[in-house]
Design a protein around this ligand. Structure first.
Ligand SMILES: C[S@@+](CC[C@H](N)C(=O)[O-])C[C@H]1O[C@@H](n2cnc3c(N)ncnc32)[C@H](O)[C@@H]1O
Length: 244
């Protein structure tokens, strides 16, 4: 998934208007792909990041020296009210225990007039080509298998609705486009075999024979030789009201 981060991070930071002089927060930073884009724009001293996974916190600190990287969750952000000019979250809202609380916390730590923004892959209409391809192949082997569709934020308009519910103003939603290059089919397939994420875990739960059939199904759906895949994410941004 990390190979989509550079283009998605630029798209999310652009949509949120992150620019020099701002103090910004990356919620659910993972190994720090978006954090790095934020550091490039505003400088490490103006970037904070948080993730519950200690190994990601360590990786993010290493990639972004000088940034304030902490261990914790979106639902209980360890910063004072109005600390940041913008709080961003990329591909995280669907994994939060309480997404509405996470959004309210992002709004709380952002100053009045500041921006809150979040995005998740478009699973509902299949705009994330890599995952659409994988789950289509799984569906041929296991009709009705549960894909990642029910996750919060993966259907159009869902993040927008949550932002409005959290009291954010001037909420706008839309899609962001990311892209990744693959040297060939093996480069596409291998990451699924690591057992990481819902798709990797699902693959690991299959029999050897089922795994081989899913692999063959993906192979049929993808071009020969090197290829690139598009990935659409749904996003929303909103402004923290003055009287927040
Ligand atoms: C798909 S990764 C995205 C990582 C990173 N934002 C990126 O775009 O590369 C999801 C991340 O959300 C983190 N996460 C899960 N639950 C969380 C929560 N309640 N609050 C904050 N982050 C959370 C995970 O540890 C993981 O790093």
């Amino acid at each position: 998934m990390g190979r989509y981060t550079p283009t998605l991070a630029v798209a999310l930071a652009d949509a949120t208007g992150v620019a020099s002089g701002m103090h910004v927060l990356d919620v659910g930073c993972g190994p720090g792909g978006l954090t790095r884009e934020l550091v490039a724009r505003v400088g490490a001293a103006n970037v904070a990041a948080i993730d519950p996974a200690p190994q990601f916190v360590a990786a993010c600190r290493e990639r972004n020296p000088g940034a304030d990287v902490r261990e914790g969750t979106a639902e209980e952000l360890p910063w004072a009210d109005g600390t940041f000019d913008a709080a961003l979250s990329s591909l995280v809202i669907g994994f939060m225990r309480d997404a509405d609380r996470g959004v309210r916390e992002m709004a709380r730590v952002t100053r009045p007039g500041g921006a809150v923004a979040a995005c998740m892959w478009d699973i509902a209409t299949g705009g994330m080509t890599m995952l659409r391809t994988f789950w289509a192949a799984v569906g041929r082997v296991q009709p009705g298998a549960q894909s990642e569709q029910p996750l919060v934020g993966t259907a159009e308009g869902d993040i927008e609705q949550r932002f409005r519910r959290a009291g954010l103003e001037d909420v706008i939603g839309g899609s962001l486009l990311a892209k990744a290059d693959y040297t060939g089919f093996d480069d596409f397939w291998e990451p699924f075999t690591y057992g990481v994420g819902l798709s990797g875990q699902h693959l690991a739960s299959l029999t050897f024979e089922q795994r081989a059939r899913v692999r063959d199904g993906c192979r049929e759906m993808l071009p020969d030789g090197p290829f690139s895949l598009d990935a659409r994410a749904w996003y929303a941004s909103g402004t923290v009201p003055a009287a927040h």
